[in-house]
Structures are given as structure tokens and as C-alpha cells.
Design a binder for this molecule. Structure first.
Ligand code: SAH
Length: 357
């Protein structure tokens, strides 16, 4: 027991010294890292993560304007409130013109990155998306366009990249194939998720992966695989936030992820891959009123205010009690600026590109 305790402190020490850890060490770190006797090491880890972030990105926290373009989805991910099987979901879809208006609003608020996220909605064919991406790019060549629209074929990713899309967020959800199968319907596969990520990278996108913290079936062994995947894949972005149950999904009564584990993992990821763009997510802000501030203080350096029309926001309900569904975009922006400045950071609205070494 005593041996196991000092081993964790030793692993944290080596991580903060910049050493590369193996999967077994990641597993021990995740299994024991939150125990009370490691509080001091944990604080050292958090500080080292903040320093690592500062040495690459200074005190800047980047903003991405998020437009939730559709809550229609053909998929049936067990955790997600907008899964096809949720017959009680109130669905909406923005028209291309509405999406452009949101992007325009983001531009006038100063945002130079727009993220188009949505369920896998067959309405958004390559041709429709191409039109939207080209329209944004032709009026504002200085805006980075990020897509987060789930799995598509390589040809589709290629066309959208050709049309001007710069970045793509596709959380891998878990790097363990059995765990992936527990979270997804049998029509979906871990292999295809990984193939999408590989295709996106080959096509020249800046790629984001990520996972939920505390998803049903997650263990220290599956988390160790996630960390090893991030270490090896070196994504430009990595989205992690707590799993939060949605009442109309098979996981309705599963426990949610914790702020402590999410923040701990944010620090670990920052040290495993110091240059990664790491958001303090809305899900983290949902389970704790100061969640996003805590995320930034653990090594995150991105926030994603909502630019969706207020009338539809409540309908993009991935999980229960999601925050920021009532405010106008400008209010979200000022709220986030206040939050970021209250902890001594600077909200920066430019493109906020990944800084390659
Ligand atoms: N359809 C797109 C976008 C999905 S929504 C795609 O498949 O990539 C973006 C992310 O929200 C998902 O990748 C998932 O990790 C997260 N999410 C979904 N349901 C959630 C829940 N109940 N709690 C927390 N995060 C959730």
C-alpha cells in the first residue's frame, strides 16, 4: 500500500519533469491520483500544467463561437440526448442563411473561429455544407471554420476541406474498443471512428479528439488508453468534459463525471501534450458554477461561447441542465470575458491557431 502511494507521487513527479509515461503508469495515475494522500502532488501537477500552458500560449484564452446547426441525428449514441431513439426530443435545424447570420454575429463580436456542430443530419449534404463554408470564407477569409458534425466518408471530409474548412472536432469518445461498444449502438464502430480521425489528419485538417470523463463503463484502464492515444496521436485539440446524464437516454440513471477527475485529467493531458488546445467545456460549467474557471486553472486554454439563436438553444440538449441556453451571444461573450479575467487570464478573440513546436 505504502509502496503504491509513493509510486503515484513518483509518476506525477516524472510527468511534471516532462517524462513520457507508459500506459501502466497512466492507469496507476488515474486509479490513485485523486486519493487524499496525493493532494500535494496533485497541486504540483496542476501548477506544472498551468506553467506548461503559459510557456506555449501565455495568459491567452481563446474563444470559439459555437453554432449548433441541427439537433436531428441518425445515430443512437447511448449517452446523447439528441440520439435518434429519443422520441421526446424537440428537433430543429438551422437554415444555411441562419447559420451565416450566426457566423456574422460572431464576427461582429470579434470571434475569428466559428464551430459548426450538430447531430448527423442527412439534410447537411456535402453540397449544402460546401455552400455554407464558402460563404463564410468569402465574406471573412480571416475566420477559421471548424466542423463538428460526426462521422462522414473520406470523400466528404475532402470536399469540405477543399471548400475551406480548417479544423474538425470528432471526439474519439474512448480509445478502448469494448468500451466504445458499450457507449454506442452496434451500427457504429471504434474502427470507423479511428479511421475518420486518421482521414481528417491526412486531409490536412487540424484535428480534435476527446472523451467524456466518467462515461458508463470507463475505468482507469480505458482512461489510460485515452491518455496513451493522446500522447501518440498528438491532436491539435482535445475536448474533455464530464459525462452528464440525459433523462431520455439509456444512461439516464448513471452517475455523472466529477469536476475533480475532469480537472485532474485536464492537467495530465496538458503535460502529456503541452501544445494542445484544450477547452474548458460547457459540460464542466454545467456541473459546477465555477467549472470553467477551474478548468482553465488546471491547464485548459479555450472557451466556446454559444452563438446559436436563443430560440433553439434549449433544443440542443445533449445532457440535462445544460447551461448558457438563455443568453444572447453577446451576453455569453461578456460573461466569459468576466470569468476569464476574474482569474487573471486574457480572453483573446483571434483565430487562436495551434502553435506547432
Ligand atoms: N455529432 C457530433 C457532435 C456530437 S456532440 C459528433 O458525433 O461528433 C459533441 C460531444 O458532446 C460528443 O462528442 C460527446 O462527447 C459529448 N456529449 C454527448 N452527450 C453527452 C452527455 N450526456 N454528457 C456529456 N457530454 C456529452
Amino acid at each position: 500500500m505504502i509502496h503504491a502511494m509513493s509510486e503515484v507521487d513518483d509518476i506525477i513527479g516524472r510527468l511534471t519533469d516532462g517524462e513520457t509515461l507508459d500506459e501502466g503508469e497512466f492507469a496507476a495515475l488515474v486509479a490513485h491520483g485523486l486519493e487524499p494522500e496525493h493532494a500535494e502532488s496533485r497541486e504540483r501537477l496542476r501548477r506544472a500544467a498551468v506553467e506548461a500552458r503559459k510557456s506555449v500560449y501565455g495568459n491567452d484564452v481563446y474563444v470559439r463561437g459555437l453554432v449548433e446547426i441541427s439537433s436531428y441525428c441518425r445515430n443512437n449514441c447511448l449517452y446523447c440526448g439528441i440520439r435518434a431513439g429519443n422520441a421526446t426530443a424537440d428537433r430543429y435545424r438551422l437554415s444555411p442563411d441562419q447559420i451565416l447570420e450566426c457566423a456574422e454575429e460572431g464576427y461582429s463580436l470579434g470571434f475569428r473561429t466559428v464551430v459548426l456542430q450538430g447531430g448527423e443530419d442527412p439534410f447537411f449534404t456535402d453540397a449544402v455544407l460546401e455552400g455554407v463554408i464558402k460563404a463564410i470564407k468569402s465574406s471573412h477569409p480571416d475566420v477559421a471554420v471548424t466542423l463538428s458534425l460526426g462521422e462522414r466518408g473520406r470523400e466528404s471530409f475532402a470536399r469540405l476541406r477543399e471548400a475551406g474548412a480548417d479544423r474538425y472536432l470528432l471526439r474519439h469518445e474512448t480509445a478502448d474498443a469494448d468500451h466504445y461498444a458499450r457507449l454506442h449502438p452496434k451500427e457504429m464502430s471504434f474502427e470507423n471512428r479511428m479511421k475518420c480521425l486518421a482521414d481528417l489528419r491526412e486531409l490536412g485538417y487540424q484535428v480534435g479528439c476527446g472523451f467524456m470523463v466518467g462515461s458508463p463503463g470507463q475505468t482507469s484502464a480505458t482512461l489510460a488508453k485515452d491518455l496513451a492515444f493522446i500522447r501518440d496521436f498528438r491532436p491539435e485539440m482535445c475536448g474533455i468534459g464530464p459525462f452528464v446524464p440525459h433523462h431520455a437516454t439509456p444512461f439516464a440513471s448513471e452517475p455523472r463525471g466529477t469536476v475533480e477527475m475532469t480537472c485532474f485529467l485536464l492537467s495530465v493531458i496538458r503535460l502529456v501534450h503541452p501544445r494542445v488546445l484544450l477547452p474548458a467545456t460547457t459540460a464542466l460549467g454545467t456541473i459546477d458554477p465555477k467549472g470553467r474557471e477551474k478548468g482553465i486553472l488546471s491547464g485548459a486554454n479555450v472557451v466556446m461561447p454559444n452563438l446559436s439563436p436563443v430560440a433553439v438553444r434549449r433544443k440542443y440538449e445533449l445532457y440535462d441542465n445544460k447551461i448558457c441556453t438563455g443568453e444572447e451571444s453577446a451576453q455569453c461573450r461578456f460573461c466569459l470575458r468576466r470569468r476569464v479575467e476574474s482569474i487573471g487570464y486574457r480572453l483573446v478573440v483571434d483565430r487562436g491557431d495551434y502553435r506547432a513546436g
